[in-house]
Design a protein around this ligand. Structure first.
Ligand code: NAP
Length: 497
């Protein structure tokens, strides 16, 4: 089965199934509709700067119409038998898997990542629907005797209510799937505001979910260029019961303040600044492979990207030489072209920010061993770059680099590297490479992060609880914990002597 759409030419004769004009509008209730006043905005291919499509640009009234649809659909969806909800999630998983190539090409076109990475994102995103189809039928309460006797305690999980989702551009499918799948499994209805740079993938998902029979009002999608106004109106309306946000810590703080007014349930998946620690006793083949994945997955535009690579002094030279050789061998180009490992970054701001971080590190004494020069020509490209001798004060060690730049820093003591790794407001993930189990566990316990990769550079998995501590976030996505974010618990005391 193919989603309807026009076939737009891509580079090298590739073609991409861009949603048809009627499905580039707002998905509200049972309609695909224009924005109030007919406003639209353009979506660009970051590899060429060319316009891909015009998309309806929601205003506040459209956002509130989506909330009205979600509120109206809420009682019936909550009362739909879990098995039936589960079957719709399974059907979504199947449809996404069947159309994986179309979805992947669309992701690459609007976001820039290489096609192989986009295919991996579709597999990852689809898996949340399969996982939460299985969780939907395992939501349970408890019945017990009060310790003092005399009455019984009954707990009943209930869906929290209509949810507002705000998602980033770096995983246009998966960041929405991680929210929509558990919400629907729990019996909640949803309004998603995708990133304005990558709205097409989320509209494509909404179309798929309409086709598999998810009822009107359960999945609403409102792309907009007026995120601040639309989202704050949604959060100020007391029909909204939950906010789940994935994006920068900076915007997360703003939304948490707004969510406080109506005391909303919140889940926050925010920024990271991951340290990756390579000990002298590590298997260097494993460490280099792990560092490549942790740094270069998604072109480094990932919250879990290795931002600082600490290598113990005795293996620093060998690790650096091997890692640099792998980075230098990566090919840069349009994500839809064959053999490309590193696609375009999202926009000009991202490229100039990274160039500034590299220039700052070099000014402070760092040395570039690979890359470091912006290529000429169209598109937002930055080459894989490796820096050594990066001093502690360099800005890139304190900020999310969010690109293909790897600073390597030497260490000589476990206590010292742990202190430096934890010296950040973020606490999303850390990585440790060592053959010594006790050392690995000491690092795993000592890192102030929600997740740790031990001899692995890839930790994202729909069946594991993803989430950060400190200013990297609140709550978990995926795993059994993921559905609990969408459930309230009512407790009943039952008199029974
Ligand atoms: P962002 O600038 O915070 O934007 C994220 C979303 O928030 C977008 O949809 C954006 O809309 C919207 N937004 C921006 N300002 C807003 C406001 N005042 N009110 C309401 N919504 C607003 O982040 P990004 O640049 O898209 O994504 C990169 C960030 O996401 C990084 O910090 C990364 O670490 C983080 N991230 C975290 C996770 C995780 O699981 N922890 C996963 C992926 C990404 P517009 O597109 O219209 O600006």
């Amino acid at each position: 089965m193919r989603a309807p759409g026009c076939r737009c030419p891509g580079p090298g004769g590739d073609r991409v199934n861009v949603p048809a004009p009627e499905h580039r509008r707002l998905r509200i209730g049972d309609t695909w509709r224009d924005a109030t006043g007919g406003a639209t905005f353009t979506v660009e291919d970051p590899a060429t700067g060319k316009t891909i499509a015009e998309v309806a640009d929601a205003g506040v009234a459209d956002g509130l119409a989506a909330l009205a649809a979600a509120s109206e659909a809420m009682p019936r969806w909550a009362a739909t038998p879990p098995r039936k909800r589960s079957e719709m999630l399974t059907a979504t998983y199947r449809a996404l898997t069947e159309r994986s190539e179309d979805v992947a090409r669309l992701i690459t076109l609007e976001m820039g990542k290489p096609l192989a990475e986009a295919r991996a994102e579709v597999a990852y995103g689809a898996e949340f629907f399969r996982w939460f189809a299985e969780e939907a039928v395992r939501v349970e309460g408890r019945y017990s005797t009060a310790p003092a006797g005399g009455y019984r305690i009954l707990t009943v999980p209930k869906p929290v209510g209509p949810c507002v989702f705000v998602t980033p551009w770096n995983f246009p499918l998966a960041m929405g799937a991680r929210k929509i799948a558990p919400a629907l499994a729990a019996g909640c209805t949803t309004i998603t505001k995708p990133a304005s740079q990558t709205p097409l993938t989320m509209l494509f998902l909404a179309r798929i979910m309409e086709e598999v029979g998810v009822p009107p009002g359960v999945v609403n999608v409102v792309p907009t260029t007026r995120a601040g106004a639309v989202v704050s109106a949604l959060l100020a309306d007391n029909r909204t019961r939950k906010l789940s946000f994935t994006g920068s810590t900076e915007v997360g703080r703003v939304l948490l303040r707004q969510a406080a007014d109506n005391v909303l349930r919140t889940s926050m998946e925010l920024g990271g600044n991951a340290a990756l620690i390579v000990c002298a006793d590590a298997d260097l083949d494993v460490a280099v492979d792990g560092a490549m994945v942790a740094k270069m997955r998604n072109i480094g535009e990932s919250c879990v990207a290795a931002n600082r690579i600490y290598v113990e002094e005795p293996v620093r030279e060998e690790f650096t030489a091997r890692f640099a050789e792998r980075m230098a061998a990566l090919s840069v180009g349009h994500g839809l072209d064959d053999g490309v490992d590193v696609g375009a970054l999202i926009d000009e701001n991202a490229v100039s920010r990274i160039a500034e971080l590299v220039a700052d590190a070099v000014d402070r004494g760092a040395r570039v061993v690979v890359g470091g020069e912006r290529p000429a020509g169209p598109g937002h490209f930055y080459p894989p770059t490796v820096l050594v001798d990066v001093p502690d004060g360099a800005l890139m060690l304190g900020a999310e680099i969010f690109g293909p730049v790897a600073p390597i820093i030497s260490f000589t003591s476990d206590d010292d590297v742990l202190r430096r790794a934890n010296d950040t407001e973020h606490g999303l993930v850390g990585y440790v490479f060592t053959r010594d189990l006790r050392r690995a566990l000491r690092f795993a316990e000592g890192l102030d992060t929600g997740m740790v990769g031990i001899n692995r550079g890839l930790i994202s998995d729909p069946s594991a609880p993803f989430g950060g501590v400190k200013q990297s976030g609140i709550g978990k996505e995926g795993s059994h914990e993921g559905i609990l974010e969408y459930l309230d618990l009512t407790y009943a005391a039952i008199d029974l002597p």
